[in-house]
Design a protein around this ligand. Sequence first.
Ligand code: NCD
Length: 307
Amino acid sequence: MAKRNLIDITDLTTGEIDELIATAEDIIDSPAKYAHVCDGKQLATLFFEPSTRTRLSFESAMLGLGGQTLGFSAANSSSTAKGETVVDTVHTVSCYADIIAMRHPKEGAPFAAAQRSEVPIINAGDGGHNHPTQTLTDLLTIHREKGKLCDFTIGFCGDLKFGRTVHSLTSALSRETGIHFVFISPEELKLPDYLKENVLNKNGIPFEETASLEAVMPKLDVLYMTRVQKERFFNEADYIRLKDTYVLTPEKLVPAKKDLTILHPLPRVNEISVAVDDDPRAAYFRQVRNGKFIRMALIMKLLDLKA
Ligand code: NCD
């Protein structure tokens, strides 16, 4: 099989994504069936940027498949600190591991690394650009909460400019039918023009932009909250001014639909009050759990392994 990478969510067809979701759901139902699929295989996690869920869910996924893991979780503990290029680091690790998940602050770094890697590369987040495995997690969660990936209204709220999870999920959902997009952000943090032009307008997909979460809350089926991405701001004063623009509270949810699904890729800072956690519509910790299972399905796919 030719080497497959996952750099952008559109590297997978919608049919392949449906298959990954079906596999993840089977893993959830029958984990024992998958416990030895990756015996003798190694996953490397190369994280040049901080992470809790993404790195640990990859590691937990590989362990759940019977494989092993190696890697680093900070750029300063690798030869990057000596001046090695990311392409050389990944080329090196691809001599040891069977598959690599990497996160990097520079947009395009996983794509560049994939050109020299001997083994599949998974983009675990590149700067403010893309985060395709979070999108797979989000899609599995929507599928489990709503029973479908079509015909609903989704509101993305918060930092839509730097939020890479928003970019990848918008791109993925633009290939499904009957999705109505509502982008809720302050003026400074609106969805980048390249996504509006190349993904939404180009495909004739309707969307609206607003600064008011209250105004659109009653019509949403899915609400995707995001953190203001402090590390991507050039100036601290702007971050401080914008960070608490939206704080979801039980009061703000009063006019929302009874079957709303509330998602957040996490980590949350202040944008969802902990009082919302007990609301049955809060799906963000179920979303965390789903991240492991969809990554198990993805590792199997890229290594061409079956249960
Ligand atoms: C997201 C990320 O890293 O982009 N986190 C994650 O992977 N679950 C979202 C964020 O950091 O705000």
